[in-house]
Design a protein around this ligand. Sequence first.
Ligand SMILES: O=C(O)CCC(=O)C(=O)O
Ligand SMILES: [Fe+2]
Length: 272
Amino acid sequence: MSVEYFRVNLLEEQTFSGDAVGRALLADGLALFRNVSEERLRAAATHLGKIFMHPDSQSDGLTVIRPSESGGGSEGNARGLSSQSLFPHTDRASLPQPPEVVFFWCEQCASIGGKTTFVDGRLLYEELLSGSAELKEFALAQNSCVFSGGDSMLAGGMYTRLDPERVKLRFRFDDLLYVSKRYASVLPSLEQVIQGLSLSFHLRPGQGYVVQNTRWLHGRTEFQGLRVCSRLLVHVDSNWKSLDSFNIKNTRSDIVIGEEAAASCTELVESL
Ligand SMILES: O=C(O)CCC(=O)C(=O)O
Ligand SMILES: [Fe+2]
């Protein structure tokens, strides 16, 4: 299977605006940035919608993601605030309307590990639909899972169909995912497909990403040492409503394909 890569949108302080982020997300669902002040990040986030309060966020909505000394974190998020790996997931999957956009940036990286991982949910959808009958059925099922989140619980599918062309991705693969017996046997091959489509790289201090939480999965590898990152979650307003899902019928013209593209993506990310 050939691995396909997203076109890397790279935004810097001068080009970083709410509109630029919104456009990049509509095209690719993911954009990288470097050296953007928290003030500018917050301005872009509020241009797209309303800052979403997470149980572990401060009163201004910012969540500092670092291993908690008390092993704390809200119920259901202890692993997020640890140095353990996080399997590629969407945030707040147990809510009917999860935040559509995640801003995430690194302040201090770990001495070992702590790579960021991504999976394009659109590519994953196509891969599942062209996979085994069981994988296809799982991707299309609207009632295969229960997503728990400590404070909330939701029955639904991995890809919620909003209309014949648009779906919304939600997923986590940890102790808070419950799957019916019918679908339990599909999980090992699902895990393999997701791992096969994972992109991963180190975010260095000052580097970050904005991701469409209804299209891409994000995660991290296990790490050692202190690693400090920050996150803002956003509920988009009506101007950016189409970020609540993605079009499964789009051609892949906006995605760079093939080994050459993979090499240039890696080079670009490494030069960040
Ligand atoms: O630490 C990271 O890189 C990601 C954290 C995350 O995705 C989460 O806490 O939901
Ligand atoms: Fe997350």
